[in-house]
Design a protein around this ligand. Structure first.
Ligand code: NOJ
Length: 543
């Protein structure tokens, strides 16, 4: 039986390449990350999600893998990885790694063999066509660079399928040999102690595009096979799927609790930004209401931002325009026609109260919260960098050159540091933030401490609470006879929200944007500052 540890985890996503460089070559590495585990554990992080660290030509930030059984030599060795895993375990931290198997790099030996020999056993590892259909623009993941999902390969004398860059040929999951390879890869990393995998591009993996006679049931059944394999090797390991899909598609991934355990909550994320743009709670309520019920072992992973664009492709274009107008008015801040390539603090004009409100939502919305490196100190973006690289600058540790990330010359960094301006490392860095009792990191520290004491939020049954105030989002989570209520004012004006039900009395403040006067035992009226938020436990005795 699963322990469901992920239901009350605090997940932190990072890219080893941009986190901490230990040897001054300009590239973050495993020894650097290992040295920072105390920092992460002190922040209250219980699980790390590592972006791909495999050998890669790096056409797509490591999401183009050349060797699934190794570490990119720039980031360290397998020995460094094992040492890192040991040290993470010593601190009680779990590690989930990216599994990128919708596609390989075009430099992967399987692809090299497949394209050069029609009779190679690897030929059928990929999806080929002699006469592919025209690409529908909706199928393009990177419409700024690619205009087709089929690329002609002269050596193979055929077209191969690639949903992402042409350097990322799609694997053929209908082929049992490919399924076996994928399980073998998972088995390898499970032996090295990881607690699960983030399944990259899950919808594409099971789509079956271009595969003759592909049966949807058979394609989707691979998700069950993956779960069976992983659980047989390590009962508590999880599969966390990147599946940005419409609500009616979600059951494909969770099924009866025997496929993916966790899904990124892309839908709620998009509705949350609409609610923020409008300063109204109704989109957030809608976002929660459209989510289907999920099996008891399954979970949502809530996030504010991650390493890609903030995608707004699940809401209609007029709603998207509202969000663009509020948070990314300049075209240079947008990408792919439906995304925003900014970090949160600049999107919010640096408004600390509003930023706190958003992270308070992150920590209380039903599900497990995920932070991305740098969010805890309010790092900004660099729009002068190409595409999604704007949000992939290096971690800012101190006001030393390169933000303390590396002693290399700044021109030699794998990715640039933000050196100047409001978000430059002189102003925004871990060392300065830790010295300042009012910093965002010290706020996060408290928020995480309280969140961990509220398992109701991750494990409980939730429902929305009606109030008389359209700007206020209030919800309630019950678990094992205990109840937590969170109330958020999305507007820039103070208000008093009155709960319509008087079912909840004796609300005891756990956390908030300031110290409020305690509510009278039977009062359903809750004062809130502009962008104010309060978390309560129902019944003082339960504290
Ligand atoms: C999703 C990843 O998050 C993104 O960065 C990548 O480009 C695509 N999958 C392709 O692997």
């Amino acid at each position: 039986m699963k322990e469901l540890w992920y239901k009350n985890a605090i997940i932190y996503s990072l890219d080893v390449e941009t986190f901490m460089d230990s040897d001054g070559d300009g590239v973050g590495d495993f020894p650097g990350l290992t040295n920072r585990l105390d920092y992460l554990s002190a922040l209250g992080i219980t699980c790390l999600w590592l972006l791909p660290f495999y050998p890669s030509p790096n056409r797509d930030n490591g999401y183009d893998v050349m060797d699934y059984y190794n570490i990119d030599p720039r980031l360290g060795t397998l020995g460094d990885f094992v040492e890192f895993m040991h040290q993470a375990g010593e601190r009680g931290m779990r590690v989930v790694i990216d599994l990128v198997v919708n596609h390989t790099s075009n430099q992967h030996p399987w692809f090299l063999a497949a394209r050069s020999d029609k009779n190679s056993r690897y030929r059928n590892y990929y999806v080929w066509s002699e006469n592919p259909p025209k690409t529908d623009p909706e199928q393009l993941m990177f419409p700024d660079v690619e205009d087709s999902i089929w690329e002609y390969d002269e050596q193979a004398n055929a077209y191969y399928l690639h949903h992402f860059y042409k350097e990322q040929p799609d694997l053929n999951i209908a082929n049992p040999a490919v399924r076996e390879e994928i399980c073998k890869i998972m088995g390898f990393w499970l032996e090295l102690g990881v607690s699960g995998f983030r399944i990259d591009a899950a919808p594409f993996l099971i789509k079956g595009i271009g595969i003759e006679g592909a049966d949807p049931e058979h394609m989707q059944a691979f998700l069950t096979e993956m779960e069976e394999f992983v659980s047989s090797r390590q009962s508590n390991a999880v599969l966390l799927a990147e599946a940005n899909v419409d609500p009616d598609q979600i059951p494909i991934y969770f099924s009866k609790g025997d496929r993916m355990h966790i899904l990124f909550n892309f839908l709620l994320n998009q509705y949350m930004f609409l609610a923020l743009a409008r300063q109204e709670s109704s989109p957030l309520r809608d976002g929660l209401k459209i989510l289907p019920d999920i099996p008891p072992v399954c979970q949502w992973l809530n996030f504010v931002r991650h390493h890609d664009e903030l995608t707004l492709d699940r809401i209609n274009s007029s709603k998207r325009k509202e969000i663009f107008a509020a948070f990314a008015p300049d075209e240079t801040m947008q990408i792919f026609g439906h995304g925003i390539r900014r970090r949160l603090p600049p999107m919010m004009g640096g408004n600390r109260r509003r930023i706190e409100l958003i992270y308070s939502l992150l920590f209380t919305l039903p599900g497990t919260p995920m932070l991305r490196y740098g969010e805890e100190i309010g790092m900004g973006d660099d729009l002068s960098l190409e595409g999604r690289n704007s949000v992939r600058t290096v971690m800012q540790w101190s006001d030393a050159p390169n933000g303390g990330f590396s002693t290399a010359a700044s021109d030699d960094l794998a990715r640039p540091a933000i050196a100047t301006g409001e978000y430059g490392y002189k102003k925004v860095n871990v060392a300065a933030a830790q010295r300042d009792p009012d910093s965002l990191i010290n706020w996060m520290d408290r928020a995480i401490r309280i969140r961990k004491q509220c398992p109701e939020l991750g494990r409980g049954k939730w429902h929305i609470l009606e109030t008389d105030s359209p700007a206020v989002f209030a919800h309630c989570c019950d678990w094992e006879g205990r109840t937590v209520i969170a109330v958020h004012n999305l507007a820039d004006k103070p208000c008093t929200a009155t709960l319509k039900s008087n079912e909840y009395t004796h609300l005891f403040d756990l956390f908030g944007d300031r110290i409020y006067e305690s509510l009278a035992a039977d009062s359903p009226s809750i004062p809130l500052e502009a962008y104010g938020y309060r978390w309560f436990r129902v019944n003082r005795e339960q504290y």
